[in-house]
Every structure is written in structure tokens, then in C-alpha cells.
Design a protein around this ligand. Structure first.
Ligand code: UDP
Ligand code: MG
Length: 320
């Protein structure tokens, strides 16, 4: 290995992508090897249930610079990215999807911005989101504007397609969140950053792994790990209702004193329903935070690696 050239790591999380993943990896390796001969491509099999591992294992044997990691089960994309990053040893590391929706043609420009212009984070920002169900588009837009209001991080258009300098990677590794949200965490880190717009390509083969429920879960986790405003909102709503109930109580007492107490059945039912539902929502929000604390306190390992295959040209290096 040439010690003078920057070493580039590329991390790709992969779940149930089957045999077509090999052609994607070939394209990525081809692009990267044109930039530097000292690279590593870390593919993380996120507990695929199909034959993905067989192909990744073979790819690591056949293709120079490829390291294949297999997680012991499906931990989710965020965790798969963590596993890849923690095993990367490059001077810079690029994270990208394995379905080529993150165009590898951007890699040379990302590396140039880092290497020649000294940016420490190069973020590829979605200019268009590609073909997606309308519900997902609307959901994403609602989620990002909520996240922006609650946390102050404007991640609209943000993607996980990023280049991080080694320095940034090191800082990122010091964040030991059990439930990581990669986009948010890199935004929190700061550092010298530049944005690179791109259009999300069509998914050529396979299909998106994200269902509505998994996206809602990711969204809730992201907000809980980056903002405590929802907790404060619970208290504010409580205070609001306390004020309203004092006003109502005074009014009711006045009417009682004046001797014209109304039956007020409707009011009672409405108040019961409203306070009941607000209380339920509030407890739910508090519960989300308790769940987050629970995960942190347990301090289980974020992931477990069950297999590792590295290409023979990397054996004997510190990546072994
Ligand atoms: N992925 C993963 N674990 C999962 C789900 C997805 O590693 O539990 C990988 C997937 O193989 C792909 C990337 O994450 O390389 C992006 O997933 P997908 O294309 O399904 O998401 P979308 O592009 O629809 O956001
Ligand atoms: Mg995709």
C-alpha cells in the first residue's frame, strides 16, 4: 500500500439486495480505483435473509480492496452504517447506499472537495427525491419541517451520501448513541462542510426496504434524540389546560352562587375527552424519552458481527 496517498474508505449498508448487488459494487470499485489505488470498500450485510451474504463473501474474495462484514441479524440501516464506519480506516470515508440511488459518479468531486479544498464533510443533498410514493414524499416533508422547528437542524434534502474526514469520523465515534441517526449526528458535529446537490437516481433493481411504520419509527427516534422540546410542550399544554380549568371553575362557581347552575353535561363530556386524550399523548411523549433512556442505560453493543471476509490484498494490514 502506498502510504503517501490518501486512503479512501467506502461504507455501503446492504439488506436483501441479492445477486444484483455485485454489479453495483463493481461500479463503485471501478470509480474509486480510478481515484486512488489505496481504498477499501466495506460492505455491511445487515442480516439479509436472502443470499446476499454469499455474494458479498465472494465479492470480498474476488474484488481487490473489498471487506465484507455480516451482522448477526437485521439491525437497521443506521446501525449497519455505524458498523461500517467503526471498521473504516481511511483518511476519508464515504457512506453510500448499495442500490446506486446515490450516484457513484459524484465520488470524484466529493474527494476533490475534501482533498483539494480542505472540506471536512462533503454532504450530497437531494435536489430531487426521485420516484417515491406520494405518501413518503409528504411524510418526509412533514418530518423534516417538524425536525427543523424542534431542533433547529434543517435536514430537508439531507441524505446519508456523505464524505467524512478522518477527524470527523473520530469525533463521530465519540458519540455513543445506542439509537444513532446518522444525518442528525453529522449535522450536530459541525466542521467545515460543503453541500453537493444531486438527483436521486431511480432504483434499478430490488425495492425500497422502508415501510411507513419503519419511517415513522426512524422519525420519532430522530426527534427524541435531538430535541427535548416535545417534553416541554407537554408541560406547556398542561399549564394551558390548568388556566382554562381555573377560568371554567370560577365561572361554574359564579353560576352556582347566582343560583342558576346549568346542567352542563356537554361541557363535562368534552372536557373529559379533551383532557383524557391530552394526558394520553403527554404520557406517550414522556414514554418515548423513557424508552430512549432505557436503551442508553442498557448499553448493549450496537451491533454484533458474525462474519468478516477481507480481500487477500488487505491481509496483513491493520484492517485484518
Ligand atoms: N438497508 C440496510 N438495512 C435495512 C434497510 C436497508 O442496510 O434494514 C440498506 C439497503 O440495502 C440500501 C440502503 O440501506 O443499500 C438504502 O435502503 P433503501 O434503498 O431500501 O432505502 P431508500 O432508498 O428507499 O430510502
Ligand atoms: Mg434506495
Amino acid at each position: 500500500m502506498d502510504k503517501h496517498k490518501p486512503l479512501l474508505s467506502v461504507v455501503v449498508p446492504i439488506y436483501n439486495e441479492g445477486s444484483h448487488i455485485v454489479s453495483s459494487l463493481k461500479i463503485i470499485v471501478e470509480t474509486v480505483s480510478q481515484i486512488t489505488s489505496t481504498y477499501e470498500l466495506i460492505v455491511v450485510d445487515d442480516g439479509s435473509k436472502d443470499d446476499t451474504w454469499k455474494h458479498l463473501d465472494q465479492a470480498a474474495k474476488d474484488m481487490p480492496g473489498v471487506i465484507a462484514l455480516r451482522l448477526s441479524r437485521n439491525f437497521g440501516k443506521e446501525i449497519a452504517v455505524c458498523a461500517g464506519l467503526e471498521n473504516a480506516s481511511g483518511d476519508a470515508v464515504i457512506v453510500m447506499d448499495g442500490d446506486l440511488q446515490h450516484p457513484p459518479t459524484l465520488i470524484p468531486e466529493m474527494v476533490r472537495l475534501w482533498h483539494e479544498e480542505g472540506y471536512e464533510i462533503v454532504e450530497c443533498v437531494k435536489e430531487t427525491r426521485g420516484k417515491e410514493p406520494i405518501g413518503k414524499k409528504i411524510g418526509a416533508s412533514v418530518f423534516y419541517s417538524m425536525l427543523d422547528k424542534l431542533t433547529g437542524y434543517d435536514l430537508k434534502g439531507a441524505s446519508d451520501f456523505k464524505l467524512l474526514d478522518q477527524k470527523v469520523l473520530k469525533a463521530w465515534m465519540d458519540m455513543h448513541e445506542r439509537v444513532p441517526f446518522f444525518r442528525g449526528m453529522t449535522a450536530w458535529l459541525g466542521f467545515r462542510r460543503v453541500e453537493l446537490p444531486f438527483n436521486v437516481a431511480e432504483r434499478e433493481v430490488g425495492r425500497s426496504r422502508w415501510g411507513v411504520l419503519s419511517l415513522i419509527r426512524l422519525g420519532a427516534e430522530a426527534i427524541v434524540s435531538f430535541s427535548t422540546i416535545p417534553l416541554r410542550m407537554v408541560s406547556l399544554v398542561g399549564i394551558g389546560f390548568f388556566v382554562i380549568s381555573i377560568v371554567l371553575a370560577i365561572q361554574t362557581l359564579m353560576q352556582k352562587i347566582q343560583g342558576n347552575a346549568v346542567t352542563g353535561f356537554t361541557t363535562v363530556i368534552l372536557l373529559l375527552l379533551i383532557t383524557g386524550s391530552i394526558l394520553m399523548i403527554s404520557i406517550g411523549i414522556v414514554g418515548e424519552y423513557i424508552a430512549a433512556i432505557y436503551h442508553e442505560v442498557k448499553a448493549r453493543p450496537r451491533y454484533l458481527i458474525s462474519d468478516k471476509t477481507i480481500h487477500s490484498d488487505l491481509i496483513g494490514t491493520d484492517r485484518e
